[in-house]
Ligand binder design. Structure first.
Ligand SMILES: *Cc1c(COP(=O)(O)O)cnc(C)c1O
Length: 383
C-alpha cells in the first residue's frame, strides 16, 4: 500500500462509518455564545465552566504580562524560558492544593505524555481506568511498561490487576471527573488499593479543578486524597490552557531531569502565567460562580428527566444525553443547531460503540432561561 492509498482508505473508512471529523472556525466560541458565520448560538459545548475566559481582570493580567515580558517565553524552561511569573504561579498552585511543588506544562496532553514516559520502565505495569482520557491511555500504550485497564470505577477490578505478579513498579491512573460521562472516581478507595500494592497514584483532575470543593480545590481535596501526582489543567475551569503537575520535592526534581516535554519544548508564555494567576484568584474568591454552575446543573437535570433520552449519573458540568446511534446523534445536534443551540455529538471511538451522545456542558455563564430554552428545544426535537 502506498502512503496515498493508506490515507485515502483511512478517510474512506471514517466517512463510511459516520465518524469523519471536521471543524469550522468560530468568530467567538469560548463563552455563553458561540458565533459562526455571523449566526449566534447559545453555547452548550464550552469547557469554560466558570466563565473565566472573558473575565476582565484575567484579560487585563494577560495584557499587562505581555507588556512586561513580551508575548513569548523565549525558550525552554531549562534554558531561558522560566520566568518569575511562572515561579509565582507554581508557588500559588502548590499553596492552594497543599503540595510542596508544582511544575507547569504547556497542556494537559503534554503533561500526561511527559509524566508517563518519564516514570515507567519496561518491567513496570500501568493500571488505568478503562475510560481514561486519550492523553493518558495513548501515553501508556506508547510507554515501555505493560498497560492493563481496570473496569470503570471498579475497585475489585483494580485490586485484581494490582495483585497479579509483576517484577517492576505499578502506576495507577485515573481521573477525578471523567470527561465523557461526567461521573466521579472513588478516589479514596483507589488511593487505598494503590497504597496496599505499594503503587504510585496519578490523578488527572482536568474537569474537577476549579469547579469542585472548597475554593475549587477539586476532586482529590474534596475526597481527602493526595495522589503522588495530581495533574490539573487550565483549559477548562481556568478558561485558558496549560497544565501543572503537583507533587513532592523529589518527584519535581526527577521530572525536571527526565520530562522531555519540559526540556525540549518552549515554556508557556510568562504573560499566560500572569493570566492564570489572576484566574486562580478568581477561582478561589468568587464562590458565586461555582454556586451558579451547580444551580444550573441541578436545573438541567431536573428538567431533562422529562426527555426520552438517557441521562447519566453525573453531578458535574458534563451532562451527556445518550442517543445511541451515530446518525441519530448527529441529526439531533443538527436540529438543535437550527434552533440556535450549539451542542456537540460525541461518537465512537471517543465513546463506546452504540453510546453516541450529545455532550451538554453547563457553565456559570448560562442563565436559568438559557437552560429552559435548551430543554424546550430538546423536548420538541425528541418527542
Ligand atoms: C482536556 C483534558 C486533557 C487535556 O488537557 P489539555 O490541556 O486540553 O491538553 C487531559 N485530561 C483530561 C481528563 C481532559 O479532560
Amino acid at each position: 500500500m502506498t502512503w496515498q492509498q493508506r490515507i485515502d482508505s483511512a478517510l474512506a473508512w471514517r466517512r463510511a462509518s459516520d465518524s469523519f471529523r471536521t471543524r469550522q472556525a468560530n468568530q467567538q466560541g469560548s463563552g455563553r455564545y458561540l458565533i459562526q458565520n455571523d449566526t449566534r448560538y447559545l453555547n452548550f459545548s464550552s469547557n469554560d465552566y466558570l466563565g473565566i475566559s472573558h473575565h476582565a481582570e484575567v484579560v487585563n493580567a494577560w495584557q499587562q504580562g505581555a507588556e512586561i515580558y513580551g508575548i513569548g517565553s523565549g525558550g525552554s524552561g531549562h534554558v531561558t524560558g522560566y520566568h518569575e511569573a511562572h515561579q509565582r504561579f507554581e508557588q500559588q498552585l502548590a499553596d492552594w492544593l497543599g503540595y510542596p511543588r508544582a511544575l507547569l506544562f504547556i497542556s494537559g496532553f503534554a503533561a500526561n505524555q511527559a509524566l508517563i514516559a518519564a516514570l515507567t520502565e519496561k518491567s513496570d505495569r500501568i493500571v488505568a481506568d478503562k475510560l481514561s482520557h486519550a492523553s493518558l491511555l495513548e501515553a501508556a500504550m506508547h510507554s515501555p511498561a505493560q498497560l492493563r485497564r481496570f473496569a470503570h470505577n471498579d475497585i475489585a477490578s483494580l485490586q485484581t490487576l494490582l495483585a497479579s505478579q509483576t517484577d517492576g513498579q505499578q502506576l495507577v491512573i485515573t481521573e477525578g471527573i471523567f470527561s465523557m460521562d461526567g461521573d466521579a472516581a472513588p478516589l479514596a478507595e483507589i488511593a487505598q488499593a494503590t497504597r496496599e500494592a505499594q503503587g504510585l497514584l496519578m490523578v488527572d483532575d482536568a474537569h474537577g479543578i476549579g469547579v469542585i470543593g472548597e475554593e475549587g480545590r477539586g476532586s482529590c481535596y474534596q475526597q481527602h486524597v493526595k495522589p503522588d501526582l495530581l495533574v490539573v489543567t487550565f483549559g477548562k475551569a481556568f478558561g485558558a490552557s496549560g497544565a501543572a503537575v503537583l507533587c513532592s520535592e523529589s518527584m519535581a526534581d526527577y521530572l525536571l531531569q527526565s520530562a522531555r516535554h519540559l526540556i525540549y519544548s518552549t515554556a508557556m508564555p510568562p504573560a499566560q502565567a500572569c493570566a492564570l494567576s489572576a484566574a486562580l484568584n478568581v477561582i478561589r474568591s468568587e464562590d458565586s460562580r461555582r454556586t451558579q454552575l451547580h444551580a444550573n446543573i441541578a436545573h438541567f437535570r431536573a428538567g431533562s428527566a422529562q426527555l426520552p433520552l438517557q441521562l447519566m449519573a453525573s453531578q458535574t458540568a458534563i451532562q451527556p444525553l445518550i442517543v445511541g446511534g451515530n446518525q441519530p446523534a448527529l441529526n439531533l445536534a443538527a436540529t438543535l443547531r437550527e434552533r440556535g443551540f450549539w451542542l456537540t455529538a460525541i461518537r465512537p471511538p471517543t465513546v463506546p460503540a452504540g453510546t453516541a451522545r450529545l455532550r451538554v456542558t453547563l457553565t456559570a455563564s448560562h442563565t436559568r432561561e438559557d437552560i429552559d430554552k435548551l430543554l424546550e428545544a430538546l423536548y420538541d426535537a425528541t418527542r
